[in-house]
Design a protein around this ligand. Structure first.
Ligand code: MN
Length: 259
């Protein structure tokens, strides 16, 4: 089995090292990751700058390829240029910080996995719920286990799996839940500050506004110390509204105008 490993925290991060280590037990692992942190860049791709690739060594051993680009760039280039073939699986992470609810949209970690799904490769995004996580061993075990399940059962075209692991030791984890994306959104605060030259600038902060009793949600799961496993897809069509909108006679406006 061949697995492409990537992330958005950068090739130097502790999370990607733990992920690569865990997956080496079950697969041939190729690491292609951003040369610098790319958290919250979403699904951006690089079109106006050159994409330089360098080999990154860790403790004297070759670890992987560092790309001066986004997580989505890494997956595209990793498959097309570096591996030169589709892997059996792409796994993105282990992200430092949760990717539940609306964060799925902003996340570089999830976008990398989504890019793999666009390229028809089964994909998993995995995150630990703390930015200061130090121990990724349990999340590594979860990644390996979910990878084996995805290989065993397969995924529909365009679907990927988003995994969030509470930042607790294994013996404190309550269990694993298959969940839905929570409807929770951010209450953004742009904190106003002043630079040494007297000019104002702003820094984004805020808090995730929880939805009460969202028992099937990813956010509810991780708050209650469950590992959350959510199938998601990138087809953004709203099929219910598609049907309803047909009766708006929007198409008729053109026909009436031209006929
Ligand atoms: Mn990140």
């Amino acid at each position: 089995m061949k697995i492409l490993v990537t992330n958005d925290d950068g090739i130097y991060s502790a999370g990607i090292a733990a992920l690569a280590d865990a997956l080496k037990e079950i697969a041939e692992v190729t690491v292609v990751a951003p040369s610098e942190e790319q958290s919250a860049v979403g699904h951006g791709i690089t079109m106006k700058y050159p994409l330089r690739v360098t080999k990154y060594h860790k403790n004297g051993n070759f670890f992987g390829y560092a790309v001066e680009g986004t997580p989505a760039d890494c997956v595209k280039m990793g498959i097309r240029n570096i591996m030169g073939e589709s892997p059996d699986l792409v796994i993105s992470g282990i992200n430092h910080g949760s990717n539940t609810a609306i964060n799925i949209i902003y996340s570089g970690t999830v976008s990398a996995a989504r890019e793999a799904a666009i390229m028809d490769v089964p994909a998993i995004a995995i995150s630990v719920t703390s930015h200061d996580a130090k121990d990724f061993r349990y999340a590594g075990k979860v990644a390996k286990m979910i990878a084996q399940k995805v290989i065993e059962h397969g995924l529909p075209q365009g679907t990927l799996v988003n995994v969030n692991v509470p930042n607790f030791p294994e013996n404190e984890i309550a269990g694993i839940l298959v969940t839905e994306q929570s409807k929770a959104k951010w209450d953004d605060i742009y904190e106003k500050r002043t630079d040494p030259f007297g000019k104002d600038y702003y820094w984004l902060t805020g808090k995730l506004v929880e939805i009460e009793n969202e028992k099937l949600g990813d956010q509810f799961a991780v708050k209650n110390k469950f590992v959350s496993v959510t199938p998601i897809h990138f087809d953004l069509t709203d099929y219910d509204t598609f049907k309803k909108m047909k009766s708006w006679d929007i198409e008729k406006i053109f026909n009436e105008k031209t006929n």
